[in-house]
Design a protein around this ligand. Sequence first.
Ligand code: OFO
Length: 168
Amino acid sequence: RISSTLEEALSTQMNVELFQSHTYLSYGIWATDQGYDGIGNFLLRHSLEERNHAIKFMQYILNRGGKPRVMALEAPGHDPQSLQNCFNLVFKHEVDNTEKIYNLVNMALEEKDWATWNFLQWFVKEQIEEETLAMDLIDKLKIAGGDRATDESLLYLDRELGTAPDDA
Ligand code: OFO
């Protein structure tokens, strides 16, 4: 059975993933309301991915004989002020999350809980992908001209993200 320390820490992370999902949902709503339907769709799909991450934590804790606890979610922070701000915020959320995952890996290592260590490797890989994806968004917007991008280049970016392939 998983230790109560790890059970608690993984359960907290399940709630962190739910909060990420909540936050991306709010960004998706914001982008759609701004008229960027493709970017909004991309963010809403990302919100679902984060929910799937929460479910992965939930399932793992249950499989190891623990019981995760669903906590009250904080309201996401205020809406992004621009697309650039939005993508920067996405990047920051992912970097913060990577740190949380690394902390968990460290805890599993200290306890020599190799099953948990192994479970977390999926998230280590996923965080690399998500940070790259977020940096990619920032780069694409920069190429399009940042906050001074023309409507035409934003429309192109919007279309591209609306149909970008889904991750896990
Ligand atoms: Fe954005 O990643 Fe979950 O873990």
